[in-house]
Design a protein around this ligand. Structure first.
Ligand SMILES: Nc1ncnc2c1ncn2[C@@H]1O[C@H](COP(=O)(O)OP(=O)(O)O)[C@@H](O)[C@H]1O
Ligand SMILES: [Mg+2]
Length: 1107
C-alpha cells in the first residue's frame, strides 16, 4: 500500500518568515525583527536559502528529541520548519545518495553556539546513519571524542563558559551505504597562553579543575596533587567555580569517554601525569642571586615542588634545575652557556608549561585519530564538520586573537565565494540570466594579513628571523611602514597616518578593520608568540625523562637529531594549515550554519538588537539574502510547486496529467501573475518577488479553506448517507427478524389451539364410538345370553327327555335283568350254593392283598435308619404283616447304611458300640459322650517339640494322649498329668517336662472304678504285688472318661484277652500304699458351680461332690 504522504512546507504555520529570502521589505530592521519574532517564539533557526541561521537560545529546547530526528529524517529541506536537522539531513543524504563530499561550516562569534551546533549535527548523523554493533562502536567513539577534546581544549571565558580554545575540523568518513567508518580530526592552534595566565573572570582549561575536583584522594596522591585550587599559581582563582558546571562529574565523563575512545589505562595515567606536571610547574618560583660578575642569576626558591615534578616525570632533578638556570646557544659547532636571570627563568618555566600542554593536546588528537581512523582502504565519502573559534574582540587582543580573527576572515571569504558561486551556478544550470550584485568582499583583508610579501604575518616572520635586536616595537614600526596606506590598517605610529590624532588608539597597538569590526591588537608578545621558543636545554631535559609520553612529546630534544634550522613560526604554521583547510573545504559541498549570539549575558530570552545587528552586519547576512534574491527571491522545483498550488486552477485540480512544468505554466497563466514576476528555469520556477509568493500562499490558504469546506460537506453527506443506509439496512434486518418472531408466536398459538380443538373433537368422537361399541357389545351379550338360555332350555329339555328315555330304557333293562336274574336264580339256585361262594371270597382276598402291596411300594419311607416314618395300616386284618414289614425294612436299611462304612469308621462305631454296651444307662456322663467323636491323641506328642523326650521314651503306638488330673491322695487336690495309653502300657508323665512319672503294664491293671454320676473321676486299680502297685492305685479325673475307659477296656481285651472289670458305683475303695480309702460321690452339692470337687474327709474317706 502506498504510504500516504502529507506534503508540508516551510511555508506552513510560519512565524515571521522561515526563509529570510521571503522577507518583504528587506532591510536591516525587518531582518532583525523577523529574527527576534522567531526567537521570542522559540524558533531559533531561520534560513537564508540553504544557509541556516542559528540563534543561541541559552536554554535547552525540546527540539532535539529522537522524535524530532525521525520527523526530519528523509524530508526535503523546505518541507518542515527550519532546523539544524534539516541541514544535517540534506547534507547526509546528498553524501549518501549523490556521492558528494560534504562540509558543514559553522561560524559565529565565541559563545554563539558553534560547538553545540557541531555536536547536534554529529548526533543527528549518528542517529540516522546505519546501525549494527560495529557501526555503533564507530559512532560512539566519534561522539565520545568530543568530551575528551573539550576537557583539554575548552575553558570558561567571559563570552562562553565552555569556549573552545582551539579550532577543530573533523572529517567523518562513510562507506558507499552511508555507514560511518571512522574519522579524522584536525586541530588548529590551541590558545596555550591560557595555561600560564588567564584574563580576569576566565579559567584555565577545564581539565585542571576537573582533576582536582573529581579525582579520588588516592589518584590525587599518585599525581602528587592537592585538591585545593588555591595551591596552584596557574589556576585563576576569581572564577574557579562555574555555575551549573560540575567539574567532578565531568571528570568521570571524560575518563569514561577516554576509555570508550580506546585509551589504555597506562595512557590515561600518563596523560594525567603530564597535566599534573604542568600544574606543578607553575608553583616553581625563582629568587635572584647576585654573582661575582655582577650578573643576576636565578635560584629555585623551594625545591620540593621541583623534586615532585621530577618524580612524576622521571627527569633527573639536577638536569631540570640546570635547564632553569642556564641557556645554551649553539652556533657553528660552538656551545655558549649563559645564565638566566629571574625573569628569564620564569619565561622558561612558562614556555615549558605551555609547550608541554599544547603538545599533549596535539598528542591527544593524534591518539584519538588513531582510534577512530577508518579500518578499510575502500573509497570513502567524507562529511567535514568545522567548528573553529569564533571572531573575538577583547579589551586586550594579542597574537592569539589576531590568528583567530584571521581564520574567521578566511572562512568568511570562503563563504562568500561558495555562496556566490553556488548561486551563480544554479542560475546557469537553470538557464536563467545572471545579474551581478554588489557585496562586500573581504579578500582585501585576507590579503593584508597573509600576503606573502606585504602581509602582516610575513612581516612578523621576517622580523623574527632578522638578526639583531628584535622587539615587538620594531615589528610595529615595520608594519607602520608597509601597511600604512592599507584601507583596513590603522596605526598612530606612521608619520603620515590618518590616525595621528586618534587617542583611542594607543601607540603600542595597531588596528585592523576586520569584516566583522575593528579590532585593536596589542603588539606586545607578538614576536615571542610567533617564535614560540622553547630553550633547547629544556627540550633536551624533557627528552631525557623516563616518562615515555613526555619523552615522545619532545623529539627535538634528542641530541642525535639536533637541527640548527629554526622551526617554522607559529604564524606561518597556522597560515599553512588554514590554507590546507580552505583547499580542502573548496572541494566539498558546503553547508552553512551561521551562529548568532542574542546577548552577552549568556542568558535565555534576551534578544539584544544592537548585538544581533552587529553580527548580522559582519556576517554579511543581508548581502547573503540579496545575493540569494538577486533577480529571484524564491525558487522551487516544478513538482512540489505544482503539488502545492494546483488547487488554485481548475485545469490542474485535482490532477494534472502532463509535465509539471506545463502544469505550473497553466497555473500561473490562470492566476494572471504578471510575466515579469516569474521565470521558468529548467527544473525550477523562479519567483522574482516574495510578494508574489505570499499572494500565492494567501490564495492557497483561501482555497484550502474552501476545499476543506467542500471536503467537509462531502464527507458529512457521505457520513450521513452511509449512516442512513446502514440504519435502513439494520431496520430491515430488525423488521424481518421481528416479523418472523411474531409469525412464529402466532403460528404456535394457532397450532396449540388447533391441537386442543382437535383433541376435544377426537375425544368426543371416541366417546361416541365407545358408546356405540358398548351398546353393540351389550346387545351381542344379551343375544348370546338369550341364545345360551334358550339353548340351555333346549338342551335341558333334550337331556330330560334323553334321561327320561334312558331311565325308561334302564328301568326296562333292570326290570329285565332282575326278571332274568330271578328266572336264573330260580333255575340255578341249587348249583351256586355248593361252589361259587368260596371262590368269590378267595378272589376278593387275593385282590385286596395285591392292592396293599402295590400301594406300599409307593409309600416307602426314606433310607435313613433314624427315620421313624411308616405308612398307616390300611386293613386291620394285615396288622401283623404291616409291623413285620416295618421291622424287616428297618433292618434292611440299617444294613445298607452299615455297608457304606470304611474300616476306620467301622472301628469308631465298634468303639462307640463298646462304650454303649459298657456305659449306657449305667453312667450319667454317657449320653453326653455319644455325640463326641473319640479322638484318642488329644495331645499331639510327636508334633510338640516340648515332648520330644517323652516321644523318644515311648516307642509304641500311642492310643490315648490326654491331660488328666491326678488326685493327690493326701489332700484330694488335683495335679495335671499326661495320660498315655499304648498297646501294652499306661503311662503318666509330667505335663510340663514330659518326664514319665509312672508306667504300668496293662496286665497289671485289674479294675477301673467310677461313679454312676455326671463326673469324670475314675480309679485305676493295680494288681496287688505288681511293680507299679507300690504307690497304690491312681485316682484320676478326665473330660473324656467314657472314651478312655472304653479304649482301656478294648486295649486290655486285645492284649491280655481278658475283660477289664469296670465297676460303676458311687462308692468304691482305692488302695493308697498300705491304706484303703473309700471314694464317695455325693450328688447335689453346688459349692463349686458345675465342677465336681474332691475333698479328703479323713484317713479312710475321700468325698467327691458332684453337681
Ligand atoms: N542549540 C542550543 N541549545 C541550547 N543551548 C545552547 C545551544 N547552543 C549553544 N547553547 C549554549 O551556549 C553555550 C555556548 O555554546 P558554544 O557552542 O560552546 O559556543 P561557541 O562554540 O560558538 O563558542 C553552550 O555552552 C550552551 O550552554
Ligand atoms: Mg566552541
Amino acid at each position: 500500500m502506498a504510504k500516504m504522504e502529507v506534503k508540508t512546507s516551510l511555508l506552513d504555520n510560519m512565524i515571521g518568515v522561515g526563509d529570510m529570502v521571503l522577507l518583504e521589505p528587506l532591510d536591516e530592521d525587518s531582518f532583525i525583527n523577523n529574527l527576534k519574532k522567531r526567537f521570542d517564539h522559540s524558533e531559533v533557526y531561520t534560513y537564508i536559502g540553504s544557509v541556516v541561521i542559528s540563534i543561541n537560545p541559552y536554554r535547552s529546547l525540546p527540539i532535539y528529541t529522537p522524535e524530532k530526528v525521525e520527523e526530519y529524517r528523509n524530508r526535503n529541506f523546505y518541507e518542515l520548519s527550519p532546523h539544524i536537522f534539516a541541514l544535517s539531513d540534506e547534507a547526509y543524504r546528498s553524501l549518501r545518495d549523490q556521492d558528494k563530499d560534504q562540509c558543514i561550516l559553522i561560524t559565529g562569534e565565541s559563545g554563539a553556539g558553534k560547538t553545540e551546533a557541531s555536536k547536534l549535527v554529529m548526533s543527528y548523523v549518528a542517529a540516522v546513519c546505519g546501525k549494527g554493533a560495529e557501526v555503533n562502536q564507530v559512532k560512539e567513539q566519534l561522539l565520545q571524542s568530543n568530551p575528551v577534546l573539550e576537557a583539554f581544549g575548552n575553558a570558561k571565558t567571559v563570552r562562553n563558559d565552555n569556549s573552545s580554545r582551539f579550532g577543530k575540523y573533523m572529517d567523518i568518513e562513510f562507506d558507499f551505504k552511508g555507514d560511518p567508518l571512522g574519522g579524522v580530526i584536525s586541530n588548529y592552534l590551541l590558545e596555550k597562553s591560557r595555561v600560564v595566565k588567564q584574563p580576569r573572570g576566565e579559567r584555565n582549561f577545564h581539565i585542571f579543575y576537573q582533576i582536582l575536583s573529581g579525582a579520588s584522594e588516592d589518584f590525587l596522591c599518585k599525581l602528587k596533587l592537592e585538591r585545593d585550587f588555591s595551591r596552584y599559581n596557574y589556576l585563576g582563582l576569581d572564577s574557579a567555580k562555574v555555575n551549573g558546571v560540575d567539574d567532578a562529574a565531568n571528570f568521570r565523563t571524560v575518563r569514561n569517554a577516554m576509555q570508550i575512545v580506546g585509551f589504555m589505562d597506562h595512557e590515561t595515567q600518563s596523560v594525567f601525569e603530564v597535566v599534573a606536571a604542568v600544574l606543578k610547574l607553575g608553583n616553581i618560583e625563582f629568587k635572584p642571586e647576585s654573582r661575582v660578575n655582577g650578573l643576576d642569576e636565578s635560584k629555585i626558591k623551594d625545591k620540593n615542588e621541583l623534586k615532585e615534578i621530577c618524580e612524576l616525570t622521571g627527569i633527573d632533578q639536577s638536569v631540570l634545575e640546570r635547564a632553569f638556570s642556564f641557556r645554551t646557544v649553539e652556533a657553528k659547532q660552538e656551545k655558549v652557556s649563559t645564565t638566566l636571570n629571574v625573569a628569564q627563568a620564569y619565561y622558561a618555566r612558562d614556555a615549558l608549561a605551555k609547550n608541554l600542554y599544547s603538545r599533549l593536546f596535539s598528542w591527544l588528537v593524534t591518539r584519538i585519530n588513531e582510534s577512530i581512523k577508518a579500518q578499510t582502504k575502500v573509497r570513502k565519502k567524507v562529511m567535514g564538520v568545522l567548528d573553529i573559534y569564533g571572531f573575538e574582540i577583547f579589551e586586550d587582543n594579542s597574537f592569539e586573537q589576531f590568528i583567530i580573527n584571521y581564520c574567521n576572515e578566511k572562512l568568511q571569504q570562503i563563504f562568500i565565494e561558495l555562496t556566490l558561486k553556488e548561486e551563480q551556478e544554479e542560475y546557469i544550470r537553470e538557464g536563467i540570466e545572471w545579474t551581478h550584485i554588489e557585496y562586500f568582499n573581504n579578500a582585501i583583508i585576507c590579503d593584508l594579513i597573509e600576503n606573502n610579501q606585504t602581509g602582516i604575518l610575513a612581516m612578523l616572520d621576517e622580523e623574527c628571523l632578522r638578526p639583531g635586536t628584535v622587539t615587538d616595537d620594531t615589528f610595529l614600526e615595520k608594519l607602520n611602514q608597509v601597511c600604512a596606506t592599507h584601507q583596513h590598517f590603522e596605526s598612530r605610529m606612521s608619520k603620515c597616518s590618518r590616525f595621528l590624532n586618534d587617542t583611542s588608539l594607543p601607540h603600542s597597538c595597531f588596528r585592523i578593520q576586520h569584516y566583522a569590526g575593528k579590532v585593536m591588537y596589542q603588539v606586545e608578545g607578538f614576536v615571542d608568540k610567533n617564535n614560540d621558543l622553547l630553550y633547547r636545554d629544556l627540550s633536551q631535559a624533557m627528552w631525557k625523562a623516563s616518562h615515555s609520553l613526555i619523552k615522545a612529546l619532545f623529539p627535538e630534544g634528542n641530541p642525535a637529531k639536533i637541527n640548527l634550522k629554526r622551526p617554522p613560526t607559529a604564524g606561518s604554521q597556522f597560515k599553512a594549515s588554514v590554507a590546507t583547510l580552505m583547499k580542502n573545504l573548496q572541494t566539498k559541498n558546503p553547508n552553512y550554519i551561521r551562529c548568532i549570539k542574542p546577548n552577552d549575558k549568556k542568558a535565555a530570552h534576551i534578544f539584544n538588537d544592537a548585538l544581533v545587528c552587529h553580527q548580522i552586519r559582519y556576517l554579511g547576512l543581508l548581502e547573503n539574502v540579496r545575493v540569494r534574491r538577486a533577480g529571484y527571491a524564491f525558487r522551487q522545483a516544478y513538482e512540489p510547486c505544482l503539488e502545492r498550488y494546483k488547487m488554485l486552477c481548475k485545469q490542474t485540480w485535482p490532477h494534472w496529467r502532463g509535465l509539471a512544468r506545463a502544469g505550473v505554466e497553466v497555473l500561473f497563466n490562470e492566476l494572471e501573475i504578471p510575466e515579469e514576476e516569474f521565470s521558468f528555469g529548467r527544473s525550477k520556477i523562479f519567483i522574482r518577488n516574495p510578494r508574489t509568493l505570499f499572494k500565492l500562499e494567501d490564495l492557497r490558504k483561501q482555497r484550502l479553506e474552501d476545499l476543506a469546506t467542500l471536503i467537509e460537506k462531502i464527507y458529512r453527506g457521505w457520513k450521513c448517507r452511509t449512516r442512513f443506509l446502514l440504519m435502513k439496512k439494520s431496520q430491515i434486518v430488525i423488521a424481518s427478524w421481528y416479523r418472523r418472531y411474531a409469525q412464529q408466536k402466532k403460528y404456535q398459538k394457532i397450532k396449540s389451539s388447533a391441537i386442543i380443538v382437535q383433541s376435544y373433537i377426537r375425544g368426543w368422537k371416541a366417546r361416541k364410538l365407545l358408546r356405540e361399541l358398548k351398546h353393540q357389545k351389550r346387545c351381542n351379550e344379551a343375544a348370546t345370553i338369550i341364545a345360551a338360555y334358550w339353548h340351555g332350555t333346549q338342551a335341558r329339555r333334550e337331556l330330560r327327555r334323553l334321561k327320561e328315555e334312558a331311565r325308561n330304557k334302564h328301568a326296562i333293562a333292570v326290570i329285565w335283568a332282575y326278571w332274568l336274574g330271578y328266572k336264573v336264580r330260580r333255575e340255578y339256585r341249587k348249583f351256586f350254593r355248593a361252589n361259587a361262594g368260596r371262590k368269590i371270597y378267595e378272589f376278593t382276598l387275593q385282590r385286596l392283598m395285591q392292592k396293599y402291596f402295590l400301594e406300599m411300594k409307593n409309600k416307602m419311607p426314606s433310607l435313613s435308619p433314624i427315620d421313624k416314618n411308616w405308612p398307616a395300616r390300611p386293613y386291620l386284618f394285615l396288622d401283623s404283616t404291616h409291623k413285620e414289614l416295618k421291622r424287616i425294612f428297618h433292618l434292611w436299611r440299617c444294613k445298607k447304611y452299615r455297608d457304606q462304612f470304611t474300616d476306620q469308621q467301622k472301628l469308631i462305631y465298634e468303639e462307640k458300640l463298646e462304650a454303649s454296651e459298657l456305659f449306657k444307662d449305667k453312667k450319667a456322663l454317657y449320653p453326653a459322650s455319644v455325640g463326641q467323636p473319640f479322638q484318642g491323641a488329644y495331645l499331639e506328642i510327636s508334633k510338640n517339640p516340648k515332648y520330644k523326650k517323652l516321644k523318644d521314651a515311648v516307642d509304641e503306638k500311642i492310643i490315648i494322649a490326654e491331660v488328666v488330673n491326678k488326685i493327690n491322695r493326701a489332700n484330694g487336690k488335683a495335679t495335671s498329668r499326661i495320660f498315655l495309653l499304648t498297646k501294652n502300657n499306661v503311662l503318666l508323665a509330667d505335663q510340663k517336662s514330659g518326664n514319665i512319672k509312672s508306667e504300668v503294664p496293662l496286665g497289671d491293671v485289674t479294675k477301673v472304678s467310677m461313679s454312676s454320676q455326671n463326673d469324670g473321676f475314675f480309679a485305676v486299680h493295680l494288681k496287688e504285688g505288681s511293680g507299679a502297685a507300690g504307690k497304690g492305685d491312681f485316682l484320676l479325673s478326665s473330660d473324656h472318661l467314657i472314651e478312655m475307659a472304653t479304649k482301656l477296656y478294648r486295649t486290655t481285651l486285645s492284649q491280655t484277652k481278658q475283660k477289664l472289670n469296670i465297676e460303676i458305683s458311687d462308692e468304691f475303695l482305692v488302695q493308697f500304699r498300705q491304706d484303703k480309702v473309700c471314694v464317695k460321690f455325693i450328688q447335689g452339692s453346688q459349692k463349686n458351680g458345675n465342677i465336681p470337687t474332691c475333698k479328703r474327709k479323713n484317713n479312710r474317706l475321700l468325698e467327691v461332690a458332684v453337681p
